[in-house]
Ligand binder design. Structure first.
Ligand SMILES: Nc1ncnc2c1ncn2[C@@H]1O[C@H](COP(=O)(O)O)[C@@H](OP(=O)(O)O)[C@H]1O
Ligand SMILES: [Mg+2]
Length: 274
């Protein structure tokens, strides 16, 4: 697959959307069973059979779509895989919001992102339990989608655009399961009109849709948690910046792909306030 112009990145995003939607049925099948086989990883975060099965579905299909491109994926990383450093590579989080999934909340997602020169250039986020798909190359879209089926055709895609910062102040999104003291302090010291708890990368997608304005994140995340949502948000007119105001950088192999603190925003005017 060529990756040269906007149309190439849009076509790749549609292919990611299709794979994420098809993979989503695996999560629904695991969720339908009376018990879910789960354990704690080395970093104490949970992993379950769905994470591993979805990654096993996606990895060979992505390798076929983009032959030779390194795939940095959450469960491969947890198993100790060494990834080749590359200018262009994929970041895969087969199940973001594993805690939400194990709690049988619908706020979990399948995530596929493409990084070029440190920035996310294409991505797809699918929330199987919500039947909601968000994806972007040069342009960002949302669509309703059915887990296990192909992604819907272009006629069903809704273009995404962030909203202007409301006069009454921003609506902030925070992690449902991983709210930390720094985030609580941020919300207390900055004027926000409302706060909503949301699990997984859905937070980026709600900013891209214009349903909220800010997502401050001071607790740890990994690049595969943020790449796809960041791609959708950037293409919809928003962004993700570090505390110095620079766009969140990807490809931090030396830091095991761990992100530092960031603020995701819809309206670029919101970023200037913090
Ligand atoms: N202590 C920690 N170390 C590393 N990542 C953490 C973490 N606590 C939370 N996360 C990340 O936060 C993600 C969940 O995001 P949210 O809190 O916004 O729902 C997790 O994704 P997974 O569920 O894919 O493991 C995990 O990567
Ligand atoms: Mg994750």
């Amino acid at each position: 697959m060529r990756l040269e112009n906007d149309e190439d990145f849009d076509a790749l995003a549609a292919a990611f959307a299709d794979l994420a939607t098809r993979a989503g049925v695996i999560a629904m099948e695991v969720l339908a069973a009376p018990t879910i086989d789960a354990r704690a990883k080395k970093d104490a975060s949970p992993v379950c059979e769905a994470d591993e099965k979805i990654e096993a579905f996606l990895t060979p299909r992505l390798a076929e779509l983009l032959p030779g491109l390194p795939i940095v994926a959450e469960e491969a990383a947890a198993a100790g895989a060494a990834f080749a450093r590359a200018e262009t590579f994929l970041l895969v989080d087969p199940l973001d919001g594993t805690r939400e999934f194990l709690a049988r909340s619908g706020e979990f997602t399948v995530n596929i992102g493409l990084i070029v020169a440190g920035a996310p250039r294409a991505g797809a986020v699918f929330a199987p339990a919500l039947g909601q798909l968000w994806f972007a190359g040069a342009r960002a879209f949302a669509a309703k989608a059915i887990p296990g089926r192909p992604a819907p055709p272009p006629a069903a895609w809704r273009p995404l655009r962030v909203r202007a910062l409301p006069a009454e102040g921003p609506t902030a999104l925070v992690s449902r399961s991983h709210r930390d003291a720094a985030t609580t302090a941020f919300l207390e010291t900055h004027r926000v009109a409302a706060t909503r708890d949301v699990g997984s990368s859905i937070k980026f997608c709600l900013l891209a849709e214009g349903a909220a304005d800010l997502y401050p994140r001071f607790g740890p995340t990994m690049e595969w948690d943020t790449a796809a949502g960041d791609a959708v948000l950037r293409a919809a007119g928003g962004g993700v910046v570090d505390p110095t105001g620079r766009p969140l950088l990807y490809g931090k192999a030396g830091e095991a792909y761990r992100n530092g603190p960031f603020i995701a925003f819809g309206d670029p005017a919101a970023a200037r306030l913090y």
